[in-house]
Structure formats: structure tokens, C-alpha cells
Ligand binder design. Structure first.
Ligand SMILES: Nc1ncnc2c1ncn2[C@@H]1O[C@H](COP(=O)(O)OP(=O)(O)OP(=O)(O)O)[C@@H](O)[C@H]1O
Ligand SMILES: [Mg+2]
Length: 754
């Protein structure tokens, strides 16, 4: 959501501003002049060059009667509705009133100069056309729009007739040496240090800022020079080295998510209070304070996240899973002021290249996607005629003639149509044509046989084709798909299904199946001798957000329902990851799985504080790992609150579990803080073809562990049977019903004392 500039002034004050006199003069001159010299200013330059700072500086000293509205595109749903709702909220309008004419009318109510700023515009690619063609042209004369983003403006801002002279472009470059030096001095850097820093930072403000901060703890800081991203990476590492370990740990955890709020931080660190650490994060030089939480600068965030993933992959995965759980929980939804925040947070967790490419396609920004106009008809017909079978091309032409409003086109910067697509809700189009067209009539038939619930909506994506490459993946088509995603967003939370068609199912299946599309052979149609297959995307009961959650969940190996305890999450995660345990199997193919879980680690953290609780966890790790080594166990993964391990023999696993409990008991005798650990054991056969079955065995082991009392070892019946006659003492605990398992499971307590 947006804030008034006053909210941000304190942030500016934190870091004083230098240089940029020419740019400031142009912006301030425009803001203050009675007649606007241009209606849009577009500031651009790489990340960390100082765009946001310039915006703040330009607004910070203007006359009080000027009304400034500061909006950060990262925080706004990329739809017209999302932008208008955000803008309406800053204008104190009721949400139901935030349609375009009302918002414009409200803006025009005073003759006062209004400055509307849209920062981080690079995340708003989907909205560029609408802003340029629809929104800015209807704004009152008194409104100056300032856009700041990493990419240069789409040339259409410069070339569209009517825009000439109304658009002012400002490209930001590095600070000149004199200004860099002043900036460094103001941050307490000595002259000789400043000279050294500028040799590698070369006037790049974010690098200067990070270097100044790193110098505070490491006066001898040495960084080799190179391109800005490389320098920033080195600086990030150097800076983190100088931080207290608990802050470094929080930065690492925060690097796995798009933004952190206090509840998210608590979830990431598995602690019950995180106020102090949150405040510490906020004051770091690469952290942006937004109204939706703290955002790490992305160069820093990517560097830290990559480093964590390489160094401690388990922790990296644990953080992402914890984030996922926090984002899908009710409390997160209550905190996020709109659904878009949740969607964007979930999207950020997606690492799968196929899925990422579908949402953030490369090369798509070379095209502008906009609603087709009459003049585009010839190009659309031509593409349809040359890229599809004749009969299919004829149907596309009929759709164009009857419903041109359902078509959008991707255009190159010189205005040529490179691709088109047609999408509609069946209820909005001519029923005659719907039944004439063999594909749409097959889709209707499928809908009739498989009706949706009342209120659910469906989209027919009738065709998408690009010049020369047809339906095959291409950058122009990627641009179209991105635009199609915008339509999904607009129909959320009611969108339930999308029907579409492909001729070359073979090429498309690997791309779209991971996204949830399923081929519907019964709904295919033959046109001009070519089979056009139908693919159906069922978003599920929770519409687009549920679909996204399940995509992310599948990738992280967590199920989307009912994740209550961390052990639950781990059990499901393990299920999804299916570690290859065959090397640890006995000659009979059996593997015994052991889970440990430190009692009440959250409560512990609350009581002892983070550092102390971490220390306890480290002691737990050491004791468990020592025992594993002594009993030929293999650590499979750290679960955040415990360890999962496997053994080729059930008796070895039992011996190991007993050794662990004894070692903890011994430790506790002398320790200030006892460590009380649950241990659960199960056995199964990790046959490759039966990966699912084995996943279940692992999940059961985790559930048995959760069932154990602190200080107790619980084993499944199968473990007791495998170890029968080997001198272990078991106490039958009877049958227990464990979550996710239909049949009750007989459990045995393993005696280890005495
Ligand atoms: N003119 C300046 N004087 C002093 N400090 C500056 C100046 N410009 C930028 N900085 C510092 O550099 C850092 C990066 O600047 P800023 O956040 O404005 O970059 P940006 O271009 O908006 O980057 P992004 O594309 O990542 O949003 C800020 O933390 C700020 O402290
Ligand atoms: Mg910025």
C-alpha cells in the first residue's frame, strides 16, 4: 500500500543525500511550477543507483501545500483495480468507490498540485500499457506523475503522438567523485579510506553505503574492483562478517523471502518473539522499510540466499518451508492487506525454472501487449492463416470479426504485431459461434458434464499464435502469457478453470503439465486435418491463490493442507523430497528411519533468547551426530528442530537411539538448561518404484517422533519385530491413530534407563 511522504521523511533523514543537483532542479522546478513543463518524469537506472533516494529528495523540501502520493509498485497488485484501490486508499476513499472516474474526480477536486510517484516500476511491466494509454491521459492537469524504475521507458512513451514534450526522461548514473567523497565522509569514513573505497565502488551509491557500513567493523576492508554486481557481492559478504551472529542468521533467513514482517521473521527463526531482531534488520543499510515489511536490496538478498543455499542447504530449505507455512497460514492472510501480497510472497518462493519462466519470462519486456484495435485485424488474420491449418485460421478470423474485443496483440517497439491471443468468458460471447466452433463447443460440453460450483468462473483461451513461430514458445508469446496471467489476477478469487488448445502437445506438455494443465483428449477437435488438443487448467477451490500455493508447495515438498506442527511439515517435506536411501538399506532392502525433535524449541527460545536456544540446538546436533557416527547411522537432513537419520539395521538404530538418550541425560545432569529430545523410529523398504510407499514410511517415522514424550524413544511395531530377540526392552503402548494414516499403528516404548 502507499504512504504519504511524511512517513518516509524519517527514512531520508537517516541517510543524508548528496549530489544530483541537476536532476533535483528539474524535478523540483516541475513540481513547483504553476504550469507543468511535462506530465510524466521517468527516472531510470540500475538497482542501487539512487532512484528512490532522488525521488525522496525531490519531494522532501517542496512547499507544504503540494500534495505528494508515494506508491511502491512492489506493493501494488499489478492490475488497474489494484492500482486504483491503492490510490483510493491514500485519498481516503471507500474501497467500493475506487473506479477510474471516481479516483480521477477525487484527484481533480482541488486545484492543488499533486505529485504521484510510482517507484520500483520495473515490477509493474504488466501495467505499462494501461498507465500510458488509459490512466495518465485522464489525470487532471494539476497532477505530475513521476515514475522510477530500473528499465528504460518503453519507447511508446516517447513515440506515441500526443506524448511528445509531455514526457521527461532522467537516466541516473554513478555519483561524481566529489559527491561520493562527501557522502562517505558524512557516514564517518576517513579521507584515505574514502579514496580506497571509491576505487572499487566507483560512485555507485549502494556500494558506497555498504562499504561505509562494513568499514565500521573492518577498518582494513579490502575489495577488488570489478563490475558493480561483483563489487556488491563482495561487500555483502564483508559486511555480514562484521555483524553479530544472530543478525547474520536473521539476514540469511530473511534472504529467502520477498519481504519480512515480524510474524514472518518469527516463523523463519522458529522463535516466539523477534521484535529486537526485526528492529536490528530495519537499520541495516541495504534494507528498505516498506509499509508491507522490510525488503532486502535484491543484489544483497540474492547473494546471501545463494551463499546460504550452497553452504547450508538444509537450513535454506527449512527457511523456505517455514516461510511457505507462514504465508499460507490464516494469520498471514490477516496481516497482508490484500490478497496480492500473499500471491507475490508465494510466487517469490518458486524456484522451479519452468514455473518461474511462466511468471517472469525473459525477453517478454521487448514487447508491449495491448488490446487489439481495428488496425491490427489484417496482421491477426495473416498470422492465423499462415501459422494454423486453413480451417482453424478461418475460425480465428470469425472470432475476430465477431468479437475483436477478446483479442490482444504483442507489438514490437516499432508497432508491428508479433503475436496475438484471444481470451474470453463463454458467457460474454455469441452462443452461436461458441457452438459452431468445434473447440469451444467441445469445451462447453466438458463444462456441461463437469459443472463448476455457483460463482466460479471459467476462461476460454481460444488461441495464441506468433508471427513465424506459431504456437511454439517465443519471447513474443511469453509476453502474451504474462498478460494472460494478468487476466487470471483480475478474475481471482472466482477463476476456477481455463481451457485452451495446442496442436503440438508433444512440445507443450513438458512446459504446461508442471503448471497443472491436463490434456483432455475427449475435447480435442480436428480442423483442416490437424488435431487441436485441449488442455485444461483447474485452479481448484481456492482459485489462483490455491493453485499457486499448491505449485509452491509441490516444489518445496510440502502439502497444502493442515500443516500444524513443524514435524508435520517435515514429514510431508521428506515425503516430497524422497531422499534416495537405497545405499543405507540392509541386504533385505529394509531401512530404519530415526527422527529426533528437541522439546518445545519455540518456548525455549522465548525463555532463553535466540542465541542461547541456538547453542542448545548445536549441542543437540553434536550429541546426535556423535551417536550416529558410533552406530553407523547416516544423517539425512536437519529438520530445524531435530535430525532425520537412517540405518541399515533396526538394532543399530535402536542402540543409537538409546545412546542418544543416555548422552542427553548425562549432559543434562551438569547442564544449566536440560535438552529434552523425542525420538521416533520406523522401518520400510526404499524400493525405487515404490517411492511413494517409502515416503509414507518416512512420514510415519516423523509422526511417531511427534507422538513420543520428551526423553522417550517410540518405535513402530515393525522395528520391534525386526529387533526381536536382540536384548532390547520394549513396553507395548497399544495402538495409536496418527494423523494422515488411516489405520492405527501399534507403538512400543524403548526402555533406555538403567
Ligand atoms: N544521492 C545520494 N546520496 C546519498 N546516498 C545515496 C544517494 N543515492 C543513493 N544513496 C544510497 O544508496 C542506496 C541505494 O539507493 P536507492 O535505494 O535510492 O537505489 P535505487 O536506484 O532506488 O535502487 P533499486 O532499483 O534497487 O530500488 C540507498 O541506501 C542510499 O542510502
Ligand atoms: Mg528504489
Amino acid at each position: 500500500m502507499s504512504r504519504r511522504i511524511s512517513d518516509r521523511l524519517s527514512e531520508v533523514a537517516r541517510r543524508s543525500f548528496f549530489g544530483r543537483q541537476a536532476e533535483l532542479a528539474v524535478l523540483r522546478g516541475a513540481i513547483e511550477s504553476p504550469e507543468l513543463p511535462f506530465v510524466v518524469a521517468f527516472i531510470h537506472g540500475p538497482g542501487g543507483i539512487g532512484k528512490s533516494c532522488l525521488l525522496q529528495a525531490a519531494l522532501s523540501s517542496v512547499r507544504p501545500e503540494i500534495h505528494s502520493i508515494v506508491m511502491d509498485c512492489r506493493e501494488i497488485e499489478p492490475t488497474p483495480k489494484g492500482l486504483l484501490a491503492t490510490l483510493g486508499a491514500t485519498l481516503e476513499m471507500r474501497e467500493s468507490e475506487t473506479d477510474l472516474p471516481s479516483v480521477v474526480a477525487r484527484l481533480g477536486r482541488t486545484a492543488r498540485r499533486t505529485v504521484l510517484t510510482l517507484d520500483t516500476y520495473e515490477t509493474f511491466g504488466l501495467m505499462d500499457t494501461w498507465l500510458r494509454q488509459v490512466f495518465v491521459p485522464v489525470l487532471p492537469e494539476s497532477v505530475l506523475t513521476i515514475i522510477a524504475g530500473r528499465q528504460a521507458p518503453n519507447p511508446a512513451w516517447l513515440t506515441t503522438p500526443g506524448w511528445l514534450g509531455l514526457f521527461h526522461e532522467i537516466e541516473l548514473r554513478e555519483l561524481p567523485e566529489g559527491d561520493s567523497r562527501k557522502m562517505l565522509q558524512s557516514r564517518g569514513v576517513t579521507d584515505p579510506q574514502a579514496e580506497r573505497v571509491n576505487r572499487f565502488a566507483r560512485g555507485y551509491p549502494l556500494a558506497l553505503e555498504l562499504a561505509a557500513a562494513a568499514l565500521r567493523t573492518q577498518p582494513d576492508l579490502a575489495i577488488s574492483s570489478g563490475p558493480p554486481p561483483k563489487v556488491l557481492q563482495q561487500l555483502t559478504h564483508a559486511f555480514l562478517r562484521g555483524l553479530p551472529p544472530e543478525i547474520t542468521e536473521a539476514v540469511e533467513a530473511a534472504s529467502t523471502v520477498r519481504r519480512v514482517t515480524e510474524p514472518v521473521l518469527r516463523a523463519l527463526l522458529a522463535v516466539s518473539t523477534a521484535r529486537e531482531i526485526f528492529d536490528n534488520l530495519r537499520d541495516l543499510p541495504f534494507v528498505d522499510v516498506t509499509s508491507e515489511g522490510l525488503v532486502l536490496h535484491d543484489v544483497v538478498r540474492d547473494t546471501v540466499a545463494k551463499g546460504l543455499a550452497q553452504r547450508d542447504h538444509e537450513r535454506y530449505c527449512t527457511c523456505r518451508r517455514r516461510a511457505w507455512r507462514s504465508f499460507t497460514s490464516e494469520s498471514h492472510r490477516a496481516v497482508a492487506r490484500n490478497l496480492w501480497q500473499c500471491t507475490a510472497d508465494l510466487l517469490y518462493l518458486i524456484e522451479n525454472p519452468v514455473i518461474r519462466e511462466a511468471f517472469f519470462p525473459e525477453g517478454a519486456s521487448d514487447y508491449t501487449v495491448e488490446p487489439a484495435t481495428t488496425g491490427d485485424g489484417d496482421a491477426i488474420r495473416e498470422i492465423a492463416a499462415s501459422e494454423d491449418a486453413e480451417e482453424s485460421g478461418q475460425f480465428i478470423a470469425r472470432w475476430w470479426d465477431r468479437h475483436p474485443e477478446t483479442f490482444s496483440v504483442a507489438k514490437t517497439h516499432d508497432g508491428k504485431v508479433a503475436a496475438f491471443y484471444a481470451i474470453f468468458e463463454p458467457a460474454n460471447v455469441d452462443p452461436g459461434l461458441l457452438t459452431d466452433d468445434p473447440l469451444t463447443s467441445a469445451w462447453l460440453e466438458h463444462l456441461r458434464r463437469n459443472p463448476m460450483a455457483p460463482g466460479e468462473r471459467v476462461l476460454f483461451l481460444r488461441r495464441w499464435l506468433a508471427h513465424t513461430t506459431g504456437e511454439l514458445p517465443s519471447p513474443a508469446q511469453a509476453a502474451c502469457w504474462l498478460d494472460i496471467k494478468r487476466t487470471y489476477m483480475e478474475l481471482r478469487p472466482h477463476l476456477r478453470r481455463l481451457y485452451t488448445t495446442v496442436a503440438d502437445l508433444h512440445t507443450y506438455a513438458p512446459i504446461v503439465v508442471p503448471l497443472g494443465f491436463v490434456p483432455l483428449e475427449e475435447a480435442s477437435a480436428t480442423l483442416g486435418g490437424v488435431t487441436y488438443h485441449t488442455a485444461l487448467l483447474d485452479f481448484g477451490e481456492s482459485s489462483v491463490d490455491g493453485w499457486l500455493a499448491s505449485l509452491v508447495g509441490a516444489e518445496l515438498g510440502v502439502e497444502s493442507t493442515d500443516l500444524q506442527t513443524s514435524i508435520d511439515a517435515v514429514a510431508s517435506a521428506v515425503h516430497g523430497e524422497r531422499p534416495d536411501l537405497r545405499p543405507q538399506a540392509s541386504p533385505e532392502g529394509t531401512v530404519t528411519i530415526l527422527f529426533t525433535d528437541v522439546e518445545g524449541s519455540t518456548a525455549l527460545t522465548q525463555r532463553l533468547g535466540d542465541a542461547k536456544a541456538q547453542e542448545l540446538l548445536r549441542t543437540h546436533n553434536r550429541i546426535v551426530r556423535d551417536a550416529l557416527r558410533a552406530h553407523s547411522g547416516s544423517e539425512i537432513k536437519h529438520t530445524g528442530d531435530g535430525i532425520m537419520a537412517s540405518f541399515a539395521s533396526a538394532s543399530r538404530a535402536l542402540e543409537c537411539a538409546i545412546a542418544m538418550q543416555r548422552a542427553f541425560a548425562e549432559h543434562n545432569e551438569a547442564a544449566e538448561e536440560p535438552i529434552r529430545v523425542r525420538i521416533g523410529l520406523n522401518a520400510g523398504e526404499p524400493v525405487a518404484e515404490e517411492a511413494d510407499l517409502f515416503g509414507t514410511a518416512v512420514q510415519l517415522a516423523a509422526r511417531i517422533c511427534a507422538q513420543a514424550q520428551p526423553g522417550e524413544i517410540l518405535a513402530a511395531d515393525v522395528v520391534q519385530q525386526l529387533a526381536a530377540g536382540k536384548g532390547f526392552s520394549f513396553a507395548d503402548k497399544g495402538e495409536a491413530t496418527l494423523k494422515g494414516f488411516e489405520k492405527p499403528v501399534r507403538l512400543h516404548e524403548v526402555r533406555w534407563q538403567g
